[in-house]
Design a protein around this ligand. Structure first.
Ligand code: PFF
Length: 455
């Protein structure tokens, strides 16, 4: 799209909410608790917070810089800022990463719809903890049901993306985000008040440093990139719709804080509840789907209607959070096809939706019928998650840092964070130092450490 035709977000708060809508999603409510559970609790959270503040926020501002300065989607942004160089491949890598994530992420988003349905149809009533485990396995391994919901999610996403930036993305974020906050705070309060919840709080808040292994660093770094929507040009694509008055530093800070707040609150929903009903914190991707129905049944024993309404509300929250993220993932590929190959937005979106259906079907069946097919011991679902979150996103983020730290002209880098002299950005020297040295070296060290090369 030509620069002059480009649509912008209509307001400052719209830009923040859209970026926060992309960041806040299943990554916070589904992935963060299960990664925390797999990696031993509080110590993982500390490393995670370190990754968010040391790598996450500076790289977010860097991605905003790339997007707003180039006024192009990620696939075109690097080429616009460093024409004729190999940097464009970083943009293409981002598009591929986003597309792959969209596929398997939509599968999990679909699970939330099944659980809304089950909650309302009384499917959780009168069951034991084990029954919820069996229920989740039966559903996720079923050949058709998860696929049906996957398609529903992709259709909704498709519809919003086709409606465009201002009417679709901005409006839906403005409604969905505040709703989500209210629900999540209520549910955390509800979970903490359950009997036996203190053990869960301890797991979440009292670090055991003997559990910090190289895996914890890789897991926390991957989670930080995933949760903040970094490393694949999603936020740079959104930033290409930012107005020239948007304060990049302040927007990044708001998005980072909102995202971290929701993740920690989700931990406060899941762990006190899981410990209270005797579910292992390392149950993996099924964690929220086996813990929560249990909690609501116990918390509102004797009042089945309230139990049904509260569990439905939780999964509605998750579905809303997931959809604002699938929209942003979809937008990256759609904007790329639209701007690079000059497809109309709706044709580009049809291509992306169809491709994502394919990736989604493969990852969904990987949990059931096709579970025997494995790559390095992982089924296709886990393999896609590992490859994208733990490798492709950090690599993409590292290149974004190097690009803004070393390639873009210094006056532009400074100009973007100060809105060309109209804002103060006292953090600028630290920000630049992190982009040039700390982030690239830190990310590399975490990879090397994971491979065991540091001894
Ligand atoms: N940040 C989203 C979440 O936490 O659910 C997932 C995501 C969206 C990852 C967009 C990457 C991305 F570009």
């Amino acid at each position: 799209m030509l620069m002059s035709e480009r649509v912008n977000f209509g307001s400052r708060i719209g830009a923040i909410l859209a970026a926060a809508g992309s960041a806040v999603g299943l990554g916070n409510v589904w992935r963060f608790p299960y990664e925390t559970g797999n990696h031993g609790g509080a110590a993982f959270i500390l490393v995670y917070l370190g990754c968010v503040f040391i790598f996450g926020l500076p790289i977010m501002i860097a991605e905003f810089t790339i997007g707003r300065r180039s006024k192009a989607c990620t696939g075109g942004a690097y080429d616009a800022l460093a024409p004729g160089t190999l940097w464009k491949w970083v943009g293409y890598l981002g598009v591929l990463t986003g597309f792959l994530i969209l596929g398997y992420y939509s599968v999990v988003a679909g699970w939330t719809l099944e659980y809304i349905w089950q909650a309302l149809a009384g499917g959780f009533a009168g069951k034991s903890s084990e029954d919820y485990v069996v229920m989740f396995q039966d559903f996720s391994q079923h050949p058709f049901r998860p696929l049906l919901w996957l398609f529903v999610i992709l259709f909704i996403t498709h519809w919003v993306v086709v409606k465009g930036v201002k009417d679709g993305i901005e409006k839906s974020s403005k409604i969905m985000m505040p709703l989500l906050f209210i629900l999540i705070v209520l549910l955390a309060a509800c979970s903490i008040s359950l009997p036996g919840s203190e053990k869960g709080l301890e797991f979440l808040l009292k670090p055991d440093f003997s559990k910090v292994t190289p895996d914890v660093f890789l897991g926390a770094m991957g989670q930080a990139f995933f949760s903040l929507s970094l490393g694949m040009g999603c936020l740079s694509t959104y930033a290409s719709y930012f107005g020239k008055k948007t304060n990049l530093g302040q927007t990044a800070m708001s998005v980072g804080l909102i995202d971290t707040f929701v993740a920690v609150l989700s931990g406060l929903i899941i762990f006190p509840a899981a410990f209270s009903v005797g579910i292992q914190p390392d149950a993996g991707p099924s964690l929220i789907f086996i813990t929560l129905p249990n909690v609501f049944q116990q918390a509102f024993a004797g009042v089945p209607l309230l139990a049904a309404v509260c569990s439905a509300a939780f999964y509605v929250l998750l579905a809303l959070a997931a959809i604002t993220s699938t929209i942003s993932l979809h937008e990256v590929s759609t904007a790329f096809l639209h701007e690079k190959f000059r497809f109309t937005r709706s044709r580009a979106a049809v291509l992306v939706t169809s491709g994502a259906m394919l990736v989604g079907v493969v990852s969904s069946l990987a949990l059931g019928e096709w579970s025997a097919f494995r790559i390095c011991g992982l089924n296709m679902f886990d393999a896609l998650d590992f490859l994208t979150a733990k490798i492709m996103l950090p690599v993409g983020g590292m290149f974004a840092a190097l690009f803004v730290g070393w390639i873009i002209r210094k006056d532009i880098v400074k100009g973007e964070v100060t809105n060309y002299g109209t804002l103060r950005a006292p953090y600028y020297p630290v920000y630049r130092f992190i982009l040039r040295f700390v982030a690239p070296v830190g990310i590399l060290l975490i990879f090397v450490n994971e491979l065991g090369w540091l001894g």
